[in-house]
Design a protein around this ligand. Sequence first.
Ligand SMILES: *[C@@H]1O[C@H](CO)[C@@H](O)[C@H](O)[C@H]1NC(C)=O
Ligand SMILES: *[C@@H]1O[C@H](CO)[C@@H](O)[C@H](O)[C@H]1NC(C)=O
Ligand SMILES: *[C@@H]1O[C@H](CO)[C@@H](O)[C@H](O)[C@H]1NC(C)=O
Ligand SMILES: *[C@@H]1O[C@H](CO)[C@@H](O)[C@H](O)[C@H]1NC(C)=O
Ligand SMILES: *[C@@H]1O[C@H](CO)[C@@H](O)[C@H](O)[C@H]1NC(C)=O
Ligand SMILES: *[C@@H]1O[C@H](CO)[C@@H](O)[C@H](O)[C@H]1NC(C)=O
Ligand SMILES: *[C@@H]1O[C@H](CO)[C@@H](O)[C@H](O)[C@H]1NC(C)=O
Length: 742
Amino acid sequence: MGGTAVVLCLILQLTQEVKASVGNCIPRKTVKYQTVSVEMFVKEGLSNVSTLLVDEETDTLFVGGRDVISALDLNNVSREIAREHWFATQERQLECIRRGKDKIRCQNYILLLHKINDSNVYVCGTNAYHPLCDHMVIQRTKMHLQGRAEESRGKCPFEPTLKYASVFVDGAFYSATSNNFLGTEPIILRSMQNPVRTEFKTSWLNEPSFVGMEIVPESEFSPDGDDDKIYVFFTETAVEFEFYDKILVSRIARICKGDLGGKRLLQRRWTSFLKARLSCSIPELNFHFNIIQDVFFLRRGKWQDSIFYGIFSQQWGRLDISAVCAYSMASIQEAFSKGSYRGPVTVEHSHVRWMVFRGEVPVPRPGACIDNFARSMGYNTSSDLPDKVLQFARDHPLMDSSVNPIGDRPALLKRSSNYTRIVVDRVTGLDKQTYDVMFLGTDDGYLHKAFNCDGEMFIVEELQLFLSPEPVQFLQLSAKKGMLYVGSMSAVVQLQVSGCHRYKYCLDCILARDPYCAWSQASHACVLLSDQTENDVRKYLFTLGNNVHLKCVPLSNLARVVWKFNGSRIQDKDSKYLLYDGGIAIFNVTVAETGFYDCLSVEKSKAKEFFITVARYALYAHQNTEKANVNAATDDNNEAEAVGFQSSLSTYLLKDATKQKSVGSQKENLLLKLLSAGFALLFFFLFIWNFYKGHISLPWKIREASSKDTNADLENPELTTGRSGAVRESSAIQTNMSFLNE
Ligand SMILES: *[C@@H]1O[C@H](CO)[C@@H](O)[C@H](O)[C@H]1NC(C)=O
Ligand SMILES: *[C@@H]1O[C@H](CO)[C@@H](O)[C@H](O)[C@H]1NC(C)=O
Ligand SMILES: *[C@@H]1O[C@H](CO)[C@@H](O)[C@H](O)[C@H]1NC(C)=O
Ligand SMILES: *[C@@H]1O[C@H](CO)[C@@H](O)[C@H](O)[C@H]1NC(C)=O
Ligand SMILES: *[C@@H]1O[C@H](CO)[C@@H](O)[C@H](O)[C@H]1NC(C)=O
Ligand SMILES: *[C@@H]1O[C@H](CO)[C@@H](O)[C@H](O)[C@H]1NC(C)=O
Ligand SMILES: *[C@@H]1O[C@H](CO)[C@@H](O)[C@H](O)[C@H]1NC(C)=O
């Protein structure tokens, strides 16, 4: 039949599409500038945007540019609140030009903005290759530089386009940049308090390109009395491989916050500087992504749960592939606190080879922070450490083992997009699972939104942020506001992390699998989950000892209902509950029954079960008994009705026997949806066919039909019942119509 052919064809097309998207990670949707621009706030006409600072407390987005700092409204970046200019003096500019630099580069590029408190921001600029830092005082809608700028070599780059990194921690400023005009002296420096820096040795830093720096509060609840650590990410020229060409390598380095340097050796130098190779590769294909482009620290309440996400590309080979790798704190700690060391050893005259140190490592462990063990040996600060430990640390800055990504492979691989920036937001979907949603900026002005769905990376959409294909240079997330701030060289745009309203249809909303969104049957729209849960979770107050009825109707006649309490399935046997056709009864409710009740509609197809959350209730116990009585009455009348809503994530597949994670689940899921769509189509075709054959008549054809039917009945008695039923119904319609006509 025609109908089935159409349905089959649709199924085939769509399954093929899904397969392709899994293999190549093709963004599910491409949203062009014209569409996305209506929902963005845009600030254009900025000059050489060089840094962004999101300040959620004062609702300000500070933008550092060429000779200027702008304060934009964090809720509408189109609105500029204040602006402060900072120019390099005429003499400085002339001096800079005289030393052979471009006129356009001999200006003051504001590269660093760090918040000190609500009324004070630390600002650094290149100042025509003579870096300066100053404090900026902010008073409501006004801001001005204090004019007490100080020379800031080692804090801020000389060169406006050089990569650098910095953090502000407890009144101390940590920077990773270059220390001189020529850019030949890389440095990791602490200033403003207890100044300490790296040695100028290629074994420590070898032509690095810094991409990120983060503080991890590892002293929190540390049983060993460990210290907080500062991690630095960069790409440098490898020293440990022998090759005719320069080999670049990604690194993670760390220093201890409490490091004060040594006493005789390593005076005012880090005694805790250690670095390790940051690996991101597909071993079986021999693909090594050796250049780190950007890093994002997904900070969690417990630092052990935090994750570093990095974007990588290759030096040779597949330059068109970008990779994202994720690193756990455990793997980072493993490499630094347990592994062997490497250091340069002179073999045959002046030839140097980097060898793994196999001898006896001095105690306390070189490069380790001062902890309870060191203190028990009488070493209270780094300056108490014995010379042999410091000497070893100085000569063996490299760990032998590399830091490997979670799952030992990239979390995401993307062909034909060059990622430049990453931020990650952790969200909880309707299914109570957490998802790390990655936002990735590309070098041609797109933003990709990706997350791991059932073990497969899935790019929900790509948004075109700028009209011209400019690279995304800056990307900042305000999880609190649910906003992203994206900067190119000349513009800043603000957009929501979610974009649920872009999905106009239920199926589209669900297929997007966007953890931010859910389909609300009540408002018939794809809506933001955080807005929705409040509305769609039916709050239900009850009185202790009463019985509670929660309503829920399965989505189809073929479906049955499963109830879950706080995520675990309620068994039919449980005498506490009675599962009946229209819902569930909970007898003699106690405090133990307070929590979340989910009603899932379960449908079987080819021995696989599909679950869709239809309703969700939050049961609260009454505290006040008097008030409870009043409410108890309303409870009885007010049996909450199941307002169906479907999450983009709540539809999932439960494999019958095998417990293996189904990669095909999305496909199966889709198939079921299509099958039901197919049934609807089929039904429609049958209906039309029936019309065509005259088995169902239109009201104005009734008389004709009934007379024909009498004949048909005689010819084919089997069909009589059904058809006469149809006739009877039609007659009823006719009656009504003739009644209207009268
Ligand atoms: C600043 O922007 C201008 C164009 O607006 C560009 O020509 C120049 O190269 C930029 N400066 C730097 C240092 O990138
Ligand atoms: C955002 O700010 C711009 C510039 O001040 C203004 O024109 C626009 O109306 C604002 N938009 C909203 C939604 O407030
Ligand atoms: C903010 O920090 C600056 C510089 O450290 C200090 O002078 C000022 O008093 C601080 N202001 C407040 C309100 O803490
Ligand atoms: C370290 O601190 C302990 C206790 O505060 C003290 O007894 C000891 O002398 C200190 N050691 C050094 C080397 O300062
Ligand atoms: C990505 O980078 C490579 C190498 O630099 C370049 O050849 C390619 O054109 C870039 N692709 C896009 C889409 O910008
Ligand atoms: C309800 O539960 C309470 C506490 O478990 C118990 O004391 C009471 O007898 C129960 N009532 C009924 C009607 O089951
Ligand atoms: C169910 O979850 C709610 C909310 O998280 C919690 O308050 C309640 O104690 C939980 N109930 C049980 C029995 O675990």
